[in-house]
Ligand binder design. Sequence first.
Ligand code: PEP
Ligand code: MG
Length: 313
Amino acid sequence: EAQTPQAVTGGFAPAPIITATSIKVNVSLPEAAKRAAATGADGVGLLRIEHLILGLGKTPGWFIRNKKEDEFINELYTGIKTVMDEFNGKPVWVRTLDAPTDEFRNMKGGEDEPDEHNPMLGWRGIRRDLQSRDQFRLQVEAFKKLWDAGYDNLGIMFPLVGHPDEFIAAKEMMREFGVDVDNRTLGIMIEIPSSAILVEDFIKAGINFASFGTNDLIQYTLAIDRNNQNVAEMYNPKHPAVLKLIKYAIERCRMGGVECSICGQAGSDPEMVKWLIETGITSVSANIDAVPKIRETAAKTELKMILDAARRN
Ligand code: PEP
Ligand code: MG
């Protein structure tokens, strides 16, 4: 006898909430991939690979010097693949390595890392990859393996980009490493004020998407160390200067037809997400636990916007 859905579920299964805004999830470790996918998120808006790499206990330079490049590439490939396999073709934006040098210094190869006075403003993100060609190449080799295996939904996101020339240079390096860059999804994080201010130039340079890294954008806009308890009260995601930068970039992305998202902590705050959607953001990536609430916030915000627009006519 055929069973009704009610008999199977013990009642009516709740209908999934559909939103026009894409609600994605942030993932830091492959172990969290299943839980992240179970939220029903529309993809991964930030896959941080530094945890995977720091977990190896050796710096990228160590793998290169000891001729163990394949080991590094395979670890990275396998870790990213584990996440992608849970998301069935939905977009997954992998962020290139973004660890400050102090996090590498106490591991094998760490003696070769620069001893920086202020690592958060130093040799990290895209800056490090542009200067350390081999380290960047190893990451790109892992991405290439995924693309070659048919994971076309893999997108690459560059952190700590402050000038369009950096994006252009990274893209050119990827081309040299054998990537068909014109047919791949490449984007930037907006987490330095300069990249929000120059967003139109980034669009001209060919970014496919931009995502606000508000954790850093707030600290660099307000000159407030995100990890310093003495000034923690002044660390305000809703500071008018931060909101102005974000609004400016969202509007220009919309005019330029570029997908605009957020992957900083502010994307897990319902009040902030309401404002972001009203301002025109098309995608939000939240922490795993926040996804249901953010989906609900998006649905309510969208409905209100539709009704407001209809009633204005
Ligand atoms: C950010 O800066 O908002 C971000 C998502 O990156 P991270 O927190 O890893 O610096
Ligand atoms: Mg950041």
